[in-house]
Design a protein around this ligand. Structure first.
Ligand code: NCD
Length: 302
């Protein structure tokens, strides 16, 4: 099994279209696949220092389907609670035989640090406000399944963009894949700078008729967002996706959300559970997409 410094997947920045599409193709080839022995003998360690449902469990399932062994560090139950540092935790798990780390952390450079300390490939499962690259790839995969292509699609990303690592991943990869992005939200939720040069709008209702995808984000209260804008009915009235706004979309347009959803705030039941929603398709694609990223990081045959 591979050792020494490797490239995992920390960021999508600068990745070319061929590399991104190659990952999506590989992920598509894993859809519906059964357990294989492709990575038999490998150990994947998941280390999540922030809450997660979909991401941690789908990485776990993905690694199992490739035949790898999974070690899961639960920081709340580990010696982290006794004051052990992040670095010592990573060194300990490396010494135990980890071949690949999957890291979620509140620090934006946690994945880079884990790679440096361990000398192992690291997959970023969401670090700080930086990026959540596998979520972005899942969403690209889901849209490609829905529309058959990505080139020329228009996506409005709506909500707490300033605090969102998901939005940052999207900004790094979707333009490369030919998707035109518009960032929509109240000013305190929009990024201070726009190095991506994408469209920005504070008026959701003006955008709805033009887009193929409405991508909703949760208000990240744990990152202080609700001090800027309360996650209440006034937000829902102006930016919440409801049945009326759904009727303003083009007939083929779809609604996405990375989860976890706050129903009644950014999304109503009629939308979340409606025909235009791809939310559970996104969840389902988490497993094959993460299989592709793990297999690539560990040099599996594929
Ligand atoms: C997101 C995250 O943790 O970055 N969730 C996810 O992994 N699908 C988004 C969020 O927490 O709102």
């Amino acid at each position: 099994m591979s050792t020494g410094p490797q490239h995992g997947l920390v960021s999508l920045r600068g990745l070319g279209r061929d590399r991104l599409e190659g990952l999506l193709d590989r992920a598509q080839s894993y859809v519906g696949s059964l357990v294989s022995s492709e990575l038999a003998g490998a150990t994947v360690t998941t280390a999540f220092f922030e809450a997660s449902t979909r991401t941690r469990l789908s990485f776990d399932r993905a690694a199992h389907r490739l035949g790898a062994h999974v070690m899961d560090l639960s920081p709340d139950l580990s010696s982290t609670t006794k004051g052990e540092s992040f670095k010592d935790t990573i060194l300990t798990l490396t010494a135990m035989g980890t071949d690949l780390f999957v890291v979620r952390h509140w620090l934006a450079d946690a994945a880079d640090l884990a790679a440096e300390w361990s000398g192992r490939p690291v997959i970023n499962a969401g670090v700080g406000r930086r990026e959540h690259p596998t979520q972005t790839l899942i969403d690209a995969m889901t849209l490609r399944q829905e529309f058959g292509h990505l080139d020329g699609l228009r996506m409005a990303i709506v909500g707490d963009i300033r605090n969102s690592r998901v939005a940052r991943g999207h900004l790094e990869a979707f333009p490369t894949l030919g998707v035109k992005l518009t960032l929509v939200g109240p000013t305190p939720f929009l990024p201070n700078h726009n190095p991506w040069g994408v469209r920005v709008s504070t008026e959701l209702d003006d955008e709805l008729g033009d887009v193929d995808v409405v991508y909703l984000l949760r208000i990240q209260n744990e990152r202080g967002a609700s001090q800027a804008i309360p996650a209440d009915q006034s937000y829902a009235r102006r930016y919440g996706m409801n049945a009326e706004r759904l009727s303003m979309l083009k007939p083929a347009a779809v609604v996405m959300h990375p989860g976890p959803m706050n129903r009644g705030v950014e999304i109503d039941d009629a939308v979340a559970d409606g025909e235009r929603s791809l939310i559970l398709d996104q969840v389902a694609n988490g497993v094959p997409l993460r299989m592709a990223v793990i297999a690539e990081a560990l040099g599996g045959t594929g």
